[in-house]
Design a protein around this ligand. Sequence first.
Ligand SMILES: *Cc1c(COP(=O)(O)O)cnc(C)c1O
Length: 361
Amino acid sequence: MSIPFVDLKAQYESIKEEIDLAIASVINETSFIGGEKVKSFESEFAKYVGSKHCIGMANGTDAIEIALKALGIGVGDEVIVPALTWISTAGAVNGIGAEPVFVDVLEDERTIDPAQIEEKITDRTKAIIPVHLFGLPARMDRIMTIAEKHDLHVIEDCAQAHGAEFNDQRVGTFGDIATFSFYPGKNLGAYGDAGAVVTNRDDLAETCRMLSNHGQMSKHDHRIIGRNSRLDTMQAAILNAKLPHAEQWTEARIRVAGWYEERLTGLKRPVTPENMRHVFHLYVVQSSKRADLMTKLKEANIGCAIHYPTPLPYLKSYAYKNHQRGEFTIAEKLCNEIISLPMFAELSEEEVDWICEILNQ
Ligand SMILES: *Cc1c(COP(=O)(O)O)cnc(C)c1O
């Protein structure tokens, strides 16, 4: 039995008619930029998150850059980010000319460690970007308290956490603004690049919309310097077809995680604190014998991956910051020991059984 790391085809097969109709309808209408499909996705996704506004963007990385810009952050400013995340979280900060400042993560939850944020705050610090990594919310209560105390903005990076909850409240509604990615492999994925920002603030929503559409308020009325980072209509149509299924897919992911939890022994498994809803973008286990386990999985034709092999401060792109090994001990340990196992809604209990049998051996 061969089991892929992720199977986007299985999901397509399950809603083929709806997707094919959505695509055909965009082509029939020959309305490829903007229009009703983008508008309806924005309003439905805002409802899904529980936020007042959603503005579609070209991808999740642009969404972070535009959110930072809308908050007035730029050259000379510092923004706190976790040492363990996808590169975009920090790259977007550099992208607008500001400087990312790395903070280590919690060993069990793998999200930014609130206890280490304050020592990194300087008079240049303007914002914190907590990442709800792998689908588990960051410690938003403590992060918001620190942000309020130091008058910092909070941009939630929700790229891996569509539908995740902290104290029964959806992620994306805690900070000033939040960003999502609809990269195909994300929990809600388009068929190409796509992203969005959500916010409860009218002023930020208006600025983000202008920034992502040439600084325009209306046609030829360019109020600020913007760019083109609009959500593509074809992607919006696909997302409209998929969004009604998102809850059911999330529940299926949580069920798959439960099967792993029941069966796996001798490996450190992901934790879910009681006040959180983990949506398992990734199912990440930890072992000091990672290389052996990965060899066994490969031999059994079971997909797996490492998210991520290197803490961001140790990447070549951040060599200019001169960080030394030993500065981010938890992220370092995680990067050496974590393995992401197959995780998608269509995974069967028999498949999880087989994966666990290989690993438990
Ligand atoms: C995927 C991802 C992004 C970026 O999204 P893109 O749509 O690929 O640009 C940002 N942050 C995190 C944590 C991600 O996983």
